[in-house]
Design a protein around this ligand. Structure first.
Ligand SMILES: Nc1ncnc2c1ncn2[C@@H]1O[C@H](COP(=O)(O)OP(=O)(O)O)[C@@H](O)[C@H]1O
Ligand SMILES: [Mg+2]
Length: 226
């Protein structure tokens, strides 16, 4: 099956000389279409660094990242942006919503940036906001929402352009236990419905166990745990 993301002998260092921190070391990794993967690892082991590299937001010190079978380091910046927009979406620990905009506009944003007709984009945003249980919060701004609700908007925004792969970096890290479970269940449900590949960084073993595969990031490499 087609690989959505592939890392080949990926290495990454921060800094140089005496401040050099070697975070990833010759890491190999593949994600197939529809595959659901959990990445687990101690704080500071390089999980966010790895996700940023897989998204082409950082440049490897060594090795390659392929998105949809294309080596992204060989692309020009605008081509990298294009391949990222076509394939990937993100949910972070912090929601990164625009504070002056309603849930509806925050959700529709990827479509509006992509030049979709405004009414069509807003209609699609309304539909997905209903799916994430926010039909009564469509016109609320982020400051008028709870933490869990903000993450729901972030998830709706991430899924609205039907990515081939969702990268979720500790998406429930800021939430209480009940909200965290609800948010993680919602991510899994939406990704199953939309046939999206999912790479989720989480400390929640219940969620990790629901994925097709789980990996520990240790000493700069991913080890599959059974
Ligand atoms: N901009 C940076 N400059 C130098 N070191 C960094 C930078 N960002 C992260 N690090 C270091 O790289 C390591 C991995 O960070 P990160 O990928 O954020 O870990 P995780 O997401 O697993 O908690 C940590 O030791 C961190 O201190
Ligand atoms: Mg992190």
């Amino acid at each position: 099956m087609n690989n959505i993301i592939e890392c080949r002998s990926l290495s990454f260092n921060y800094g140089a000389g005496i401040t050099k921190t070697s975070v990833l070391k010759n890491l190999d990794f593949k994600v197939k279409a529809n595959e659901k993967i959990a990445i687990i690892g101690q704080s500071g082991c390089g999980k966010s660094t790895l996700l940023n590299l897989m998204a082409g937001l950082d440049t490897p010190t060594d090795g390659e990242v392929l998105i949809d079978n294309t080596n992204i380091s060989k692309l020009k910046e605008h081509q990298r942006t294009e391949i990222r927009a076509k394939n990937l979406s993100f949910v972070y620990q912090f929601h990164h919503l625009l504070k002056d905009f309603s849930s509806l506009y925050n959700t529709a944003l990827p479509l509006l940036i992509d030049d979709m007709n405004k009414n069509e984009a807003l209609l699609k945003a309304e539909k997905i906001l209903k799916k994430v249980g926010l039909e009564s919060r469509i016109n609320h701004k982020p400051s008028e929402l709870s933490g869990g609700e903000r993450q729901r908007v972030a998830i709706a925004r991430a899924m609205i352009n039907e990515p081939t792969c969702l990268l979720a970096d500790e998406p429930s890290g800021n939430l209480d236990e009940k909200n965290a479970k609800d948010i993680l269940d919602l991510i899994i449900e939406l990704n199953n419905n939309q046939n999206t590949a999912l790479i989720i960084v989480t400390h929640d073993l219940n969620i990790a166990n629901k994925m097709d595969k789980k990996f520990d990031l240790i000493n700069g490499r991913l080890n599959e745990s059974l």
